[in-house]
Design a protein around this ligand. Structure first.
Ligand code: KMT
Ligand code: NI
Length: 180
C-alpha cells in the first residue's frame, strides 16, 4: 500500500492525486494517527484473516463489491457517500480482494489528506473516529472484505460540528494524543 499526501488539486477523484514530486507518508506518520496496515497474500487469505479477526475480537464480516455492475442504480449515490468526509463510531478492517481504490485519511492536527492507494492483499485498520473518505480508482471496481467488531454499524457520520464532539471522535483524539 502506497501512502502519500494528496495534492488537493481539482480533477477526477479516481486519479492518483500524487504531488509532483511525490510526498510519501511514512509508517511512523500513519502510526501517529493510529492507521495500521499490513499485506496478506490473497491466495489462501482465509486462514490468516480468520486468525486476525479472532485475535482482535472481530465477530462479523461481509464482502462489498463496488462497481456499477454489482450496485446498479445506487452506484453513483454510494460513490458520492463514500467520498464525503466522514467517520464511524467503530474500528473497522478492510481487506482488499480485487480491484483497487483510494482511502483518504485526515492527518491530525495538520488536517492534511493522506491518500492510501489500496490493492489486493492490503489490509487496513480504520480507527473509530478518524475522518476519512473512499474512492474507486480508474478501473471503477473494488471487492473487499469488511470486518466489524460487533454488529455492522455501517453508519457514516459526515464531518460537522456534531461529529467534532462525537465521543468516538473525542476518544480518537485522546488516543493519538491530540487535545480536543
Ligand atoms: C468507508 O468506510 O468509507 C468504506 O469502507 C468504503 C467502501 S470499502 C471498499
Ligand atoms: Ni467510512
Amino acid at each position: 500500500m502506497r501512502a502519500y499526501y494528496y495534492d488537493n488539486l481539482p480533477g477526477d477523484q479516481r486519479l492518483p492525486h500524487d504531488c509532483v514530486p511525490s510526498k510519501p507518508v511514512s509508517k511512523e506518520t500513519l502510526d501517529s494517527i493510529n492507521v495500521k496496515y499490513w499485506t496478506i497474500p490473497v491466495e489462501g487469505y482465509e486462514t490468516k484473516i480468520d486468525a486476525i479477526a479472532k485475535e482482535r475480537n472481530y465477530k462479523n464480516r461481509d464482502q462489498i463489491n463496488v462497481s456499477k455492475a454489482a450496485m446498479g442504480d445506487i452506484y453513483e449515490e454510494k460513490l458520492k457517500g463514500f467520498f464525503a468526509e466522514h467517520m464511524h463510531e467503530d474500528e473497522e478492517i478492510r481487506y482488499i480482494l480485487e480491484g483497487n481504490g483510494f482511502f483518504d485519511v485526515r492527518e491530525t492536527p495538520s488536517d492534511a489528506w493522506i491518500r492510501l492507494a489500496v490493492e489486493p492483499g492490503d489490509l487496513l485498520v480504520v480507527p473509530a473516529g478518524i475522518y476519512h473518505r473512499f474512492t474507486l480508482g480508474e478501473n471503477n471496481f473494488i471487492r473487499a472484505l469488511r470486518l466489524f467488531q460487533d454488529e455492522p454499524k455501517w453508519v457514516p457520520h459526515n464531518r460537522s460540528e456534531t461529529t467534532d464532539i462525537n465521543p468516538s471522535r473525542v476518544n480518537y483524539l485522546k488516543t493519538i494524543g491530540v487535545g480536543a
